[in-house]
Design a protein around this ligand. Structure first.
Ligand code: BGC
Length: 751
């Protein structure tokens, strides 16, 4: 009898498979069988436990079954330092000083998917060393307004570019057995009131502009996790949003991974149960500051959910589905015995960081060959951003680095340089050098007044051959920082006055803009050279010095349109930002009235069409067509290129053959871009949209022929009535250029 009972208890009553065969631990077995095997061994308590956090950055495994805890961490530019179990305070570890990779705007500016692959792989190795199974990144929210405090963590304004760059990042990271958690899904396009914004957007703009990068990350990249955004869409929070999560992500795209809530993004049990949330993190915290101690049992998917199941309000259908997804994540990460070993701060990681940074820096203006810096020149470096660490600050992406090379130090130690360097502070921005418990050892305190600092810089500039101003934004609140948006498009800290004053006494001014966003440059005609220097991570100073001295020939291209003024941006021109508060001040409705016309798609619109849109939306502004200061896809080189279109083929897909020749004296790279639009723009579609690009490296005098192909699917539009993608046959126009500002175009008949 005893023997019989024992035998019976070893059999699962539903499947009659022997529980002794530990299929879930056997890596030779198919993933889904392992998932089902583990699932049926788990008790209700164990299932409930693994779908919510147990600490700020971990969720429990099932110790009884040998399923380890799941540790995660930000993301997306390096592995965030450890905080205490249930506090935001630093844990004070000595093994969590990492390599900071360039911010994702810089990665996007490389226009080189190989860089994204290396980025993902390197970050994956750092994550492995740190015991993190999932990295909270990359971010692919579209740059809709340059005020968004978090644009630096994203990949620009164009869905095609962001898609091409996110896929290899995800694949590179996951090739190391570390999950990507692509964020923030979706429509989290500004930070101000991020918990209260309800986005109103057409289905078409949602599908054509805001979702493609997420879709690519899931369908092509095979992302194992995705993070719901804080904001609302159709009046429902996006961490438990029926349309975005259940219908689009899971049903339509076939996502089999885990939906993770943003920290504090879950708001009620019923929606969390039904609307696609799988793993709840950070409830009652905002991810950065606020926190309630030991709230974990009270999470929406913890005891309240268990009680509801026990009371019969839910079956375990939804629970099992969530558990399956979390188990899949475990088998792909924590329980993947094939994972390689991790490395922290390896030479290869620093090399990758420097290379990505060097390829992403964008040369925006370079008259009279002011750059690269001439040998023997007397160089004056000016500005706080030459001596300020930028890896500390900015919100959850803040890091604790082993080292960060500052721009001034990078220039001073540039190999083979024979120029002399002097420094003047020029302006004071934010001298706080610590964030969330990570403190920079070097003080940049300054007691002189702005006028005194300017005067010193001007005096020194009179003696210099070239003046390199490192200015721009920083990672402080209301700059490029999570939690808020910028309050102005203008440069802060009286930098405009500084540049104007310097330009009066020295004609060789180089402005290096350190930021993740465009800024107004009212003095643009008075300075001969401008460089977009992003937030470049650990190797910032070296990478900037590489480009400024010519050791690296710049090849970065803007991943967004650089508008002259805020009122030139669609969202601002239509007065849609930050939205309209509802009565009670709980929800702010933000209607994306510019629809699909984001970035260059807006800039390309005719004045007539803009006027119609402004009138229709009763915008107080007047319509004008203003050319951007620098177009999307734009960036110069120290060499020159000829781009010739050899031929093209229509039919189903569009293929264009192009020859690129380096006509200058140094080796360099050019990115050839293919845009497609209707032959006769009728305003129902953008004039043109990026559909393919390729970066080509060439020695002086060398030519290469490449073929750019735009697939029929990529040329389809979202048909709102039918709820599907449709290709419209007809006469199109293809544009080939080295930025979105191109007149080289030809007609195409597409069947
Ligand atoms: C951010 C997320 C981040 C999380 C955890 C939140 O505030 O929005 O991007 O991953 O905190 O730090």
């Amino acid at each position: 009898m005893r023997g019989l009972l024992l035998t019976l208890s070893l059999f699962n009553p539903f499947t009659f498979l022997p529980l002794t065969a530990q299929v879930y631990l056997d890596e030779t077995q198919p993933l889904e069988q392992r998932v089902e095997d583990a699932l049926r061994r788990m008790t209700l308590d164990e299932k409930i436990a693994i779908i919510h956090a147990q600490s700020k950055f971990s969720a429990p495994g099932v110790k009884r079954l040998g399923i380890p805890d799941m540790w995660t961490d930000d993301g997306p530019h390096g592995v965030r330092p450890d905080v205490l179990w249930d506090e935001w305070e630093q844990a004070g570890q000595t093994n969590d000083s990492c390599v900071a990779f360039p911010a994702l705007t810089c990665l996007a500016a490389t226009w080189n998917p190989q860089m994204a692959r290396i980025y993902g792989e390197s970050l994956g190795e750092e994550a492995l060393y740190r015991g993190k199974a999932m990295i909270l990144g990359p971010g692919v929210n579209i740059n809709r307004t340059p005020l968004n405090g978090r644009n630096f963590e994203y990949m620009g304004e164009d869905p095609w570019l962001a898609s091409r760059m996110v896929v290899p990042y995800v694949q590179g990271l996951q090739s190391k057995g570390v999950a990507a958690c692509v964020k923030h899904y979706a429509l989290n396009n500004d930070e101000e009131y991020r918990h209260q914004v309800n986005v109103i957007v057409s289905d078409r703009a949602l599908r054509e502009i805001y979702l493609p990068a997420f879709e690519a990350a899931v369908k092509e990249g095979g992302a194992w996790a995705i993070m719901g955004a804080y904001n609302l869409y159709k009046n429902q929070h996006n961490c438990h949003n029926e349309i975005l999560l259940n219908r689009i992500l899971k049903q339509e795209w076939g996502f089999d991974g885990v939906v993770v809530s943003d920290w504090g993004g879950a708001h009620n049990t019923d929606e969390a149960v039904r609307n696609g949330l799988d793993l709840e993190f950070g409830t009652w915290t905002d991810g950065l500051t606020m926190g309630a101690t030991n709230a974990y049992d009270n999470y929406y998917l913890a005891l309240p959910y268990k009680k509801a199941i026990q009371e019969g309000r839910y079956t375990t259908k939804e629970l099992d589905e969530k558990v399956r997804r979390v188990l899949r994540l475990h088998f792909r990460t924590t329980m993947n015995r094939q994972r390689p070993y991790g490395f922290l701060c390896s030479e290869a990681h620093y090399d990758a960081a420097r290379k990505i940074a060097g390829e992403g820096i964008v040369l925006l203006k370079n008259e009279q060959h002011v750059l690269p810096i001439q040998q023997n020149a007397k160089v004056l470096v000016v500005g706080e951003n030459a001596i300020k660490m930028m890896t500390v600050g900015g919100g959850s992406s803040s890091l604790k680095v082993q080292h960060e090379v500052l721009p001034l130090d990078g220039l001073q130690s540039a190999p083979n340089s024979q120029f002399t360097i002097d420094y003047a502070r020029g302006y004071v921005g934010d001298t706080v050098q610590s964030y969330n418990g990570v403190t920079v050892g070097r003080s940049i305190a300054e007691s002189r007044t702005p006028a005194e600092l300017r005067a010193e810089a001007v005096e020194k500039a009179k003696q210099a051959d070239v003046v390199i101003v490192f200015g721009g934004l920083n990672k402080s609140d209301f700059q490029d920082c999570e939690g808020h948006d910028r309050r102005q498009y203008e440069l802060p800290y009286e930098q405009n006055e500084l540049v104007e004053a310097l330009a009066k006494v020295n004609k060789n001014i180089v402005f290096v803009n350190i930021s993740g966003n465009a800024v107004a440059m009212p003095w643009i005609d008075k300075v001969p050279a401008v460089v977009q220097g992003w937030f470049l991570g650990s190797e910032a100073g070296n990478a900037l010095a590489d480009v400024l001295t010519g050791r690296v020939n710049p090849s970065g291209k803007l991943p967004f349109t650089w508008f002259r003024q805020l009122s030139d941006v669609g969202a601002h021109s239509l007065n849609t930002y930050p939205g309209t508060w509802r009565e009670g001040h709980d929800v702010i409705d933000e209607e994306y009235k510019e629809d699909i016309f984001v970035g260059y798609r807006w800039a390309d619109l005719s004045a007539k069409r803009k006027k119609e849109m402004l009138t229709a939306h009763r915008s107080p502004l007047t319509a004008h067509r203003s050319t951007p200061l620098f177009p999307f896809g734009y960036g110069l080189s120290y060499t020159t290129f000829d781009v010739t279109v050899n031929g093209h083929e229509g039919g189903a897909d569009v293929s264009v053959t192009v020859t690129v020749k380096n006509t200058g004296k140094v080796a360099g790279a050019e990115t050839v871009q293919l845009y497609v639009g209707p032959d006769k723009p009728d305003n129902s579609r953008p004039v043109k949209e990026l559909k393919a690009f390729q970066k080509v490296w060439l020695e002086p005098g060398e030519s290469k022929t490449i073929t750019l192909t735009a697939s029929r699917q990529s040329l389809s539009v979202w048909d709102e009535a039918a709820g599907q993608w449709t290709f419209i046959p007809g006469t199109y126009r293809a544009y080939i250029g080295t930025s979105s500002n191109t007149n080289s175009s030809f007609k195409l008949n597409l069947l």
